[in-house]
Design a binder for this molecule. Structure first.
Ligand code: ATP
Length: 427
């Protein structure tokens, strides 16, 4: 049986992955957990999300499905942050006899939940049509993520990575986390690039330890279950309540939709789109750097490198009009929030200045409108300004925001396997 769960937490505490990890232990009394549980990130622009728009899925071989369902529903009822208006849990159960009938429809639902904006009505009507066993609490919004989690398990072909999540003991929730910061830097230096986003070396930050009052102590992300576990063994910290390795779509760019032109883009979706840098770049109060690109359709798109992306903004500031770029990110409030950029080709950067006097080497001055230039001292003359092409201090290739500003779904450049593109991973 497959179990999909979502929307059990609030900003004040809890975390759906914690409930998933707990159920992994508790459900063993009813059968055998099959494969690793999944931690699926859905559309990152959804306003209802608590933090990272995650849902979880578990697969269990059991001869008492009713007991499993009863146990899961009871745990969701007692452990969810029901008092929070934004918490609307949902759970969906799929029996193995139903797998084939629902594989395709739920696979599509999963893909759409990662990229599009779905409604509670759509989820409820799919459940009604298919007769799937489910329970929605309060307004039932969590059924969207619960269906998507089931769809991800039924269709396992998607690109994936792994995350080891370490959970705190109950009495520690909401108190400062006791971790040995240095151990994260050491562990990262041993296993990077097999693991990523443990620390941000350039900014001197540990990025895998959350700051919210939830049960997660830290999470180690990487290419396979062994490397994330091995890395976690190098971490010094307060005693754990438990840990769990999830298979996840984090770090895969699954949310990005490639489009050929800017007018195809819709709010609250994430895209890969190309265009020429048009207009000037500027940085607004608050530190966000903004520029525009325009494509063949004649439409332009505002692209933003937000202040938290730190040094990535210095790179963006080196772009000039005419550079051809491919930008990756979410389209919200009529602007694209950049996660990654490929500089495809650089435009020549030409500056013009007054000619130099061949006798004294000083810059000539204008001799008056339409009369060229002349050196006051030597009387030498020249007809026109001199054009000089400056060397650009950036290279074509792929650049990304630093780990401290990375989105869960964004594929880190160390995972890119395209030898035709030069990559500049941020670490
Ligand atoms: P955490 O990661 O800590 O578990 P969260 O950030 O995942 O929290 P949720 O509490 O799960 O946030 O809230 C997200 C809500 O949005 C869920 O109810 C989920 O079903 C719903 N949702 C997810 N994806 C979509 C989508 N594409 N369209 C509409 N609603 C969605």
């Amino acid at each position: 049986m497959i179990i999909g769960i979502d929307d059990t937490d609030s900003r004040e505490g809890m975390c759906t992955t914690y409930l998933g990890a707990l159920l992994m232990e508790e459900l063993r009394q009813y059968g055998t957990i099959v494969e690793l549980p999944v931690l699926v990130r859905l559309n990152p622009t959804i306003p209802y999300k608590t933090r990272g728009n995650a849902c979880v899925g578990i697969k269990i071989a059991t001869s008492c499905p009713d007991k499993v369902m009863e146990h899961v529903i009871s745990r969701i009822s007692t452990m969810s942050a029901m008092e929070c208006e934004m918490t609307n849990p949902g759970v969906v159960f799929i029996q193995d006899a139903e797998y084939e009938s629902f594989r395709e429809v739920l696979g599509t639902f999963f893909q759409r939940a990662v990229r599009e904006v779905l409604s509670i009505e759509e989820a409820k009507s799919l459940i009604a049509k298919t007769g799937l066993q489910s329970k929605g609490f309060k307004n039932g919004r969590g059924l969207i993520g619960a269906l998507a989690a089931c769809g991800s398990i039924l269709n396992p072909g998607w690109d994936h990575t792994f995350e080891y999540l370490a959970y705190r003991q109950r009495e520690k929730w909401g108190t400062p986390r006791n971790v040995d910061k240095n151990s994260f830097f050491i562990a990262d230096s041993v296993t990077y690039p097999e693991t990523w986003d443990t620390v941000d070396v350039s900014n001197g930050l540990v990025v895998c330890v959350p700051h919210s009052p939830d049960p997660v102590l830290y999470g180690i992300r990487g290419r396979n279950p062994n490397v994330v576990k091995r890395t976690a063994e190098m971490i010094g910290s307060e005693p754990l309540k438990m840990s769990c390795v999830y298979c996840t779509n984090q770090g895969t760019d699954m949310h990005l939709i490639p489009v050929d032109s800017i007018p195809e883009m819709e709010e609250m979706h994430s895209y890969i789109v190309s265009g020429f840098v048009s207009g000037d770049l500027f940085t607004i109060p608050g530190g966000h750097t903004i520029f525009s690109i325009s494509d063949g359709s004649g439409t332009s798109l505002e692209c933003t490198a937000f202040e938290p992306t730190k040094d990535f903004r210095s790179l963006v500031r080196k772009l000039v009009q005419g550079d051809f770029v491919k930008v990756y990110g979410s389209f919200m409030n009529k602007a694209l929030n950049i996660e990654k950029i490929e500089i495809v080709s650089l435009a020549p950067l030409v500056v013009s200045h007054n000619p130099e006097c061949p006798s004294c080497g000083k810059r000539m001055e204008s001799a008056g409108r339409g009369q060229g230039y002349r050196c006051r001292k030597c009387g030498t003359k020249a007809a026109a300004l001199v054009q000089v092409e400056l060397k650009r201090d950036i290279e074509s290739g792929m650049y990304e925001v630093p780990p401290c500003a990375r989105r869960h779904l964004a594929k880190p450049l160390v995972r890119l396997q395209d030898p035709s593109v030069k990559i500049f991973p941020s670490r």
